[in-house]
Design a protein around this ligand. Structure first.
Ligand SMILES: O=C(O)[C@H](O)[C@@H](O)[C@H](O)[C@H](O)COP(=O)(O)O
Length: 269
């Protein structure tokens, strides 16, 4: 059973922390959560805009392609995006699209025209411009909502992972892109995590989300989890994950026991 703990003082805004006994239970809880939010938006407005990341996340959503969700989710209403993408061809082993296609998208009937991958024939800057233009077009057609207060696109659900250095999307510690506050989508040519060229959503877009699931399992990120959720240190040295500041949304950590093993204030089972 997943238990709910109280995220520490140093997280910005309201965050929920779910701690599953095992990674398997985390995957069950995440599938249920995603299916419920999908249900809410497909009923309310006939579309569900969901953002994927790379890394472990795609393995983490594997239960969605199994019963009961495979049959019960209204896949035809899904619109799928990436919070970041490596600037490589779509069939390249480093492609986040390929990772998602092989592990998830090829197993559910989402219309291919509603899967928004990058234009892989463009260099990083052009690919970021092209992706931003695509988002703007989807705002015009009413598929994608915008935040009434900031004008940035408001996705229904972002399914995010975090790296050992606390990065989310391709927003890395100490990088100037952390301060980008105009663009919706931008590019990086010096990513410390290979490959170096990527496009990424910016913080104002992440902050406008309706729901964020931050999915972290296993031992690789224990120090970043400890800093993000258990810290009392100064705000001058925040990890990227700590810089998320949702305007009007719900932020939930999906973790397993291993991921929170260095946290003092985790819930007891
Ligand atoms: O390009 C990528 O690698 C991902 O899109 C990235 O944003 C990922 O979500 C984090 O790096 C966490 O990755 P892990 O889950 O592998 O730690």
């Amino acid at each position: 059973m997943a238990s709910e703990a109280n995220p520490a003082e140093c997280t910005k805004g309201k965050q929920r922390l779910l701690v599953s006994e095992t990674e398997e239970e985390l995957a069950v809880a995440l599938a249920k959560y995603t299916a419920e939010i999908s249900d809410k938006y497909t009923r309310e407005r006939g579309a569900f805009t969901v953002v994927l990341s790379g890394g472990y996340l795609i393995h983490g959503i594997r239960k969605l392609v199994e019963s009961p969700y495979k049959e019960s989710v209204d896949w035809a209403k899904w619109h799928v995006f990436w919070v970041d993408e490596r600037v490589v061809k779509k069939d390249h082993v480093d492609s986040n699209y390929k990772l998602a296609y092989d592990g998830f998208l090829s197993k559910v009937p989402i219309p291919p025209s509603q899967v928004y991958s990058i234009n892989d024939s463009l260099p990083a800057e052009g690919a970021a411009d092209d992706y931003e233009a695509c988002l703007k077009q989807l705002v015009k057609t009413g598929i994608l909502e915008v935040s009434a207060s900031t004008g940035f696109p408001r996705f229904d659900l972002m399914l995010l992972g975090m790296g050992p250095d606390g990065h989310i999307a391709s927003l890395f510690p100490g990088h100037p892109l952390l301060k980008e506050n105009q663009r919706w989508v931008t590019f990086i040519r010096d990513s410390p995590k290979p490959p170096p060229q990527r496009i990424t959503f910016t913080f104002p877009v992440i902050d406008a989300s309706a729901y964020i699931a931050m999915v972290v399992a296993g031992s690789g990120e224990v120090d970043a989890v400890k800093k993000a959720l258990g810290c009392k240190d100064s705000s001058s040295d925040l990890l990227p994950v700590q810089m998320v500041s949702l305007e009007d949304g719900e932020f939930t950590w999906f973790t397993d026991k291993e991921a929170v093993s260095k946290l003092q204030n985790k819930a007891s089972p």
